[in-house]
Design a protein around this ligand. Structure first.
Ligand SMILES: [Cu+2]
Length: 397
């Protein structure tokens, strides 16, 4: 125990201060890193209002902290125990103080409550005009996204245009999940939709927001839903209206088969007559013919995939894969991740996943080469066959 009369150990005090300074400095530095799930870097109107409230409350708490510490420091020094010092004057029952420390916190509570309630109301359902509606359906342990206006479906990586309101309509296929994209907004529960009596609309939860920054934002299931809950992530790709339209067009009509020979369009071969003669003598060169070699591995993978049980669960636009109970794999090669935001989308990771999904994600409802899953028996695929299928899926762009 340290008594006031003890000499202060300057050495340990200095080392304590040093540690504090280093801790503060490193905390400052680390803010500059890349934090894709930061909740203090809003990129939508929804996230912005919540952030403003957060900053508001931060200043109030800082004010309380400063007042408490200043008063505490004053008391500690002014009334410290000294040998033979008399007992200080007692203030028990001091009317002025009692009133002050009742009213001051009451004012602060009101100052926090009013904007909080305002924010709660401003983020509650109200259908913005011209909003793009996106159905978000939580599944154990992945996310499905449907665009009711076009009928298009994708999984784990949802695209939305920038600066246009988007209304996420949340539901679940099994247990309760929660939709959360820290930089854009959330967390709101995605509930199983119960069958209602005739004429009664099901009640969905909604999140309306207008993303105002182009980029890829990380999302996460925020409601414990099972053993791989923490591995149930997703991405929101916010892009320009043109990029979004182009992506939707590709999703509707993907190039599933890579062509053997792609003739360069006539435009490419045309030479601008006004261009100064650079001596390249392009006029004399015949229009180039690009030859895209068909990878036999991809061809083999295509054949295998479409003969396997894969097609019972998965969907690929323009093929016999019409399953709707697992992630839609159309344009899979363009996604940055697989297995719901968990693994980088590489051939090696695809192979590992197809071989043994439950080794990567416990409880995943998909069969592996040697284990059953999702009510389907093991696929019994050899490693070579798995490689071919992975190459095929990776080529879906
Ligand atoms: Cu979940």
């Amino acid at each position: 125990m340290i008594r006031v009369s003890d000499p202060i150990d300057m050495k340990s005090l200095r080392s304590l201060l040093g540690t504090l300074v280093v801790a503060l400095l490193t905390a400052g530095c680390s803010l500059e890193g890349d934090y894709p799930q930061s909740s203090v870097a809003p990129a939508s109107d929804f996230a912005q209002v919540i952030h403003e409230l957060y900053v508001d409350i931060f200043w109030w708490t800082l004010l309380i902290l400063v007042v408490v510490w200043v008063v505490l420091a004053y008391i500690l020094i002014r009334f410290r125990a000294r040998p033979d010092s008399p007992k200080p004057k007692q203030i028990h029952g001091h009317m002025g103080l009692e009133i002050a420390w009742t009213i001051a916190p009451a004012i602060i509570v009101v100052a926090i409550t009013v904007p909080t309630i305002q924010t709660v109301f401003s983020t509650q359902p109200s259908d913005p005009e011209g909003a793009l509606v996106v159905d978000v359906i939580g599944h154990l342990y992945w996310w499905e996204f449907r665009y009711p206006d076009t009928g298009l479906i994708t999984a784990n990586e949802v695209h939305v245009p920038v600066d246009r309101p988007v209304s996420f309509r949340l539901s679940s296929d099994d247990v309760i999940h929660s939709f959360w994209v820290p930089m854009l907004g959330g967390k709101r529960d995605a509930n199983p939709i119960r069958v209602r009596p005739e004429g009664v609309d099901p009640t969905y939860s909604w999140i309306h927001m207008t993303p105002n920054q182009v980029g890829t934002f990380w999302g996460q299931c925020a409601e414990f839903c099972g053993e791989s809950h923490s591995l149930m992530g997703f991405r929101v790709v916010v892009e320009s209206e043109e990029d979004f339209a182009a992506w939707q067009a590709d999703l509707a009509e993907p190039v599933v088969a890579p062509t053997a020979t792609a003739e360069a369009s006539a435009d490419d071969a045309e030479v601008d007559a006004d261009a100064p003669d650079t001596g390249d003598a392009q006029e004399t060169v015949a229009p180039p013919v690009q030859t895209v070699a068909i990878d036999p591995l991809i061809e083999q993978g295509r054949e295998l995939f479409h003969q396997q049980t894969c097609v019972a669960c998965h969907y690929i636009e323009g093929t016999n894969a019409q399953g709707l109970i697992a992630p839609n794999l159309t344009l899979l090669g363009r996604r940055s991740t697989i297995a719901a935001g968990m693994l980088e989308n590489t051939i090696e990771n695809l192979e590992a996943w197809i071989k043994a999904p439950q080794d990567i994600k416990p409880g995943a409802l998909m069969p592996g080469s040697a284990v059953a899953g999702g009510n389907w028996p093991a696929t019994n695929l050899t490693d070579d066959q798995v490689s071919a299928i992975a190459a095929y899926l990776h080529s879906l762009r």
